[in-house]
Every structure is written in structure tokens, then in C-alpha cells.
Design a protein around this ligand. Structure first.
Ligand code: NAD
Length: 497
């Protein structure tokens, strides 16, 4: 029997009573390296109870003390980021430099949250009415549930947890059951940083654990990231119980290449953004809209670059690692079969690609389709794998129509040297995150991250200013210290004077 990955509740590692558990794989070998305990509702209740018990003490802890814990956590995470990257690669499969990049982007969110005394400053109006002052404060919501996907096992929790904690909330995180160890590593660092027990808890599991969090009356807010059907379900279930919810869903990201673009730059970007992390990124480019007449030249440049990509074990210096599980690899591969059946032109076939890794790994090489149409399943569905589709479009307006008709609106990019065209694109496109000659426009930590349409349910984006607003409730206080000469009853509605 392999090691059982445990929950982390009230400052301690707990095995619980796992009637159910799941395998955790090394995707580069296919071996089961560990198992993870799946929490039952009573185990989720225990974690929420620990968070609820810690909440009053933590919300009244001074901002100075809270920010010093965040600074300590930042230092520890920075010191141990390569260990965390190794944990990510061992369970997710992405190559080590990519895992290190994920940790770095997470670290930026910790650094943002270190500024919490400044971020939580309210407003004050002296003499809003005569001798009446008004001030506003932002107070924590209470217990926050965070549910994260497999593809960023460290970064996505770090989008939410530092801001939620900095604002004075306590947290129960339910990470993906596919790569759960990064969350436990983060929990141990929080403890070492001096975070009081119960402020941050981790429960592992599947839908059973998620449902227990969504239904628990003490959970006041839910931050979710995952696929669109589950995001919609989480949003509907938790808002029906009166919780505030931000639920970030799936994506189909388009990259528009205008005729005046630097085609070498565009091809570099398409390959990097299409095949980085084996396409398992919500901001991956999956559809390239090649505006006539650039199609042939662009496809040629993309396929030249793909031929040079090394696929293999992420610990051995490869460019692209395996997919996360055999089931996911098989699903992605079935889209390659479907693309061929539906008549797309298969320019590079990743099935049976040469691999520097164990034969049992969950491999699929980079795949390129050309002449894809919008009714083909390789275009309509989020594949979440190393499959890039090129669609030929006659002009800018046709490209815009394709993007507008797609149900997702997470990220998009335009490649052009024409500033006017780029500006028009930024203004018109119905997508939440836009890049100009930048293929993966993930906002920096002091902005907020979020898509439009079926890529996000709720109105708060993740992290940055939206994150601070989401994890706090605003309160406005109106104050008067009457002079003794101002006594007397007045039943009229208070008016400003
Ligand atoms: P997923 O939806 O399968 O799982 C996400 C989380 O929900 C996991 O913790 C999982 O255990 C839980 N879950 C799964 N099925 C559930 C169900 N039926 N009921 C309740 N909970 C359930 O997603 P994934 O495969 O882990 O991650 C990939 C998806 O996440 C892709 O669609 C990707 O686009 C999306 N994603 C989006 C963003 C974004 O910012 N918009 C970022 C990263 C990933």
C-alpha cells in the first residue's frame, strides 16, 4: 500500500476515516505513487468547524500581525519554491521550469496580500452633514471555501488563500484529487509562518467533499476554479444557499493573426501558448484565427517549430510533459480522431510521438489541425490538451464573429503591428483578458483575473482588487457627537445640512 495523503485540519495532519480514496499518479511513468483520502461530510464538517472556531480570533488580529504572517509565508515560499515545483511536476507532469513559473505567479499574489493594511483602508468624510462624520470599513465574511482544479495545484490556491486570510477570513481548501500534495505543502508553510491553527485547512476529495462545503451553513463564500459545467453547478448550488460565489470555468482561447503581423513572433506565441503545460491551461491558445492571406505561411512556421519540441519526463529537460491521467490523455486523443473524421487537415499528428520517458506515461505529442471549421468538435469543445486548431478567416470582422459566437470568453490575443487595429480589438472583443502581441495575458497580481460569458459565474474576478472586495463586506458608519445644546426630539427624516 502506498502512502495516504492526509487532510490538514486545525494545524494538524489528519488521516480521517477514509472509506474512499483515490490514486495519485506520476504521469510521466504511469505509476501510482500515493493515494489520497476522500473526505466524507463529517470530515468536511470538522474542517469547517475548525475554521469557524478560529474565525473570531483571526478577524480581530491586528493588520500589523496579519501582514507579518504573510511576509513570513512569502519568505518561506520563496525559499522552498523549487521543492514545491518538484511536487507539482511529480503529480501533474508539467515540466519543472513551468512548475517553477506557476509557483512564481502564485508568490506574486502573496506579495500583493502582504500590503493588506493599505488594501483595507476605508474612506472617511468629515462633516458629511454638519457635525456628522461618515466612515467606511471592510470586514471579513467568515469561513471561505476554495475549490481548485488539477492544472495549477499551487497557483490557483495562491490566487485566493493569501487574500482571503489577509482580509481576516478563515479558509477550507479542497484541492484537486489528481495532484493534492501541493496544497498540503502550502498548509505546512502557513503553520511555520505563524498562522494560528484552524485559519487554513485542507480537505481532500471529490464531489462529496465539494457538496458538503457548498451546503454547509457556516461557509459564507466560495471561490471555485474548474470546468464550466462544474463551475455553473457550484455557482447555482452555493448562491441558492445564500453564499457569495465566484466560479471560474473553462475556456476556448482565440489568437487572431492579422496580415501585417510578424509571423515568426506569432508562430512562436502560438506554439508556446498552445503546447506549454501540454495545453492544460485555461489560458492556453487553442484556436488560431489566421486572417487571409497569412494561413499557409503561418501554418508552415508553426509546424517547423513543433518539430523541434521535445516531449518527455518533466524532470529531464523536456519542453512538454505528459497529460495528467490516462483517462484525460485518452479523451484528448479521441478529439484527434474526431478531427480527422470530421475533415480537418491533420498537419502534425501527436499520436505515437517520440517520447523521452517511460512507456507507461500518459503521453500525447503536440498536434496541429488546419482548415478547422467552427462546427467541428475540435473547435466547439474545450479539449484541454496539446491540440492546436487553425481556422482560416477572410478578414478582421469574420475573426470577431467567431470569437463573439463562442460561448467562452476567458482570454484572447491579437497579433498585429497596427496599433489602431489592436486598439479596436481591445475595445470590441467580448473576452475578459486580452493580449496585444501577448499570447497568455494573465493579469499581474495587482489587477484581477477573470473571463466573461461561460468562463466565469458571478461578478467578482479572482485576486487583486476584486479578490479583496469579494472576501470582505463593506460597512458604513455615520457618527455624531452632539453638543449638549443640540438636544430635543425631532421625528423628521434625517436630512443633510
Ligand atoms: P474539474 O471541473 O473537473 O474539477 C475542479 C474541481 O471541482 C476539483 O477540485 C474537483 O474535485 C471538483 N469537481 C469535479 N467534478 C465535480 C462535480 N461533479 N461536483 C462537484 N465538484 C466537482 O476541473 P479540472 O479538470 O480539475 O480542471 C480543468 C478545468 O479547469 C478546465 O476546464 C480549465 O479551463 C478550468 N480552469 C479554469 C481556470 C480559469 O481561471 N477560468 C483556471 C484553471 C482551470
Amino acid at each position: 500500500m502506498t502512502e495516504m495523503i492526509r487532510h490538514f485540519v486545525a494545524g494538524s495532519s489528519v488521516v480521517g476515516t477514509p472509506e474512499r480514496s483515490g490514486p495519485v499518479f506520476d504521469p510521466a511513468t504511469g505509476a501510482v505513487t500515493r493515494h489520497v483520502a476522500f473526505a466524507s461530510p463529517p470530515e468536511v464538517d470538522a474542517a469547517v468547524a475548525a475554521a469557524a472556531e478560529a474565525a473570531p480570533g483571526w478577524r480581530s488580529t491586528s493588520l500589523a500581525r496579519r501582514s507579518s504572517v504573510l511576509f513570513a509565508f512569502r519568505e518561506l515560499l520563496n525559499q522552498r519554491k523549487s521543492e514545491l515545483a518538484e511536487i507539482i511536476t511529480a503529480e501533474h507532469g508539467k515540466v519543472l521550469p513551468d512548475a517553477a513559473g506557476e509557483v512564481q505567479r502564485g508568490l506574486e499574489n502573496v506579495e500583493y496580500a502582504c500590503g493588506i493594511p493599505n488594501l483595507l483602508k476605508g474612506g472617511f468624510s468629515e462633516n458629511a452633514s454638519t457635525a456628522v462624520d461618515v466612515h467606511s470599513v471592510r470586514q471579513p465574511v467568515g469561513v471561505v471555501g476554495v475549490i481548485s482544479p488539477f492544472n495549477f495545484p499551487a497557483m490557483v490556491p495562491l490566487w485566493f488563500v493569501p487574500n482571503a486570510i489577509a482580509c481576516g477570513n478563515t479558509v477550507v481548501l479542497k484541492p484537486s484529487e489528481k495532484d493534492p500534495s501541493a496544497a498540503v505543502f502550502l498548509a505546512e508553510l502557513w503553520k511555520q509562518a505563524g498562522l494560528p491553527d484552524g485559519v487554513f485547512n485542507v480537505v481532500h476529495g471529490d464531489k462529496v467533499a465539494v457538496d458538503a462545503l457548498l451546503e454547509h451553513p457556516a461557509v459564507r463564500a466560495v471561490s471555485f476554479v474548474g470546468s464550466t459545467p462544474v463551475a455553473r453547478y457550484v455557482y447555482e448550488t452555493a448562491t441558492a444557499r445564500g453564499k457569495r460565489v465566484q466560479a471560474l470555468g473553462g475556456a476556448k482561447n482565440h489568437m487572431v493573426v492579422l496580415p501585417d503581423a510578424d509571423l515568426d513572433l506569432a508562430a512562436d506565441a502560438a506554439v508556446s501558448a498552445g503546447f506549454g503545460s501540454a495545453g492544460e491551461r485555461c489560458m492556453a491558445v487553442s484556436a488560431v484565427l489566421a486572417v487571409d492571406p497569412v494561413g499557409d505561411a503561418l501554418v508552415e512556421r508553426i509546424s517547423e517549430r513543433m518539430a523541434k519540441l521535445d516531449v518527455g519526463d518533466g524532470r529531464r529537460g523536456s519542453d512538454m510533459g505528459p497529460l495528467v491521467t490516462a483517462a484525460h490523455r485518452d479523451r484528448v486523443e479521441s478529439y484527434v480522431d474526431a478531427g480527422v473524421r470530421e475533415g480537418a487537415e491533420l498537419v502534425v499528428d501527436g499520436r505515437g510521438a517520440r517520447v523521452d520517458g517511460a512507456s507507461g506515461g500518459f503521453w500525447l505529442g503536440p498536434t496541429l489541425f488546419d482548415h478547422v471549421r467552427t462546427d467541428m468538435s475540435v473547435y466547439t469543445d474545450e479539449i484541454f490538451g496539446p491540440v492546436l486548431s487553425v481556422l482560416r478567416v477572410p478578414g478582421y470582422d469574420a475573426a470577431m464573429r467567431v470569437i463573439a459566437e463562442n460561448p467562452y470568453g476567458n482570454g484572447t490575443a491579437i497579433f498585429t503591428e497596427n496599433g489602431g487595429a489592436a486598439r479596436r480589438f481591445c475595445e470590441e472583443v467580448e473576452v475578459g483578458m486580452v493580449g496585444v502581441n501577448v499570447p497568455i495575458p494573465v493579469p499581474v497580481a495587482h489587477y484581477s483575473f477573470g473571463g466573461w460569458k461561460d468562463s466565469l459565474f458571478g461578478d467578482a474576478h479572482a485576486y487583486g482588487p476584486d479578490g479583496i472586495a469579494f472576501y470582505t463586506r463593506s460597512k458604513v458608519v455615520t457618527t455624531r457627537w452632539p453638543d449638549p445644546s443640540h438636544g430635543g426630539v425631532n421625528l423628521g427624516f434625517p436630512q443633510n445640512s
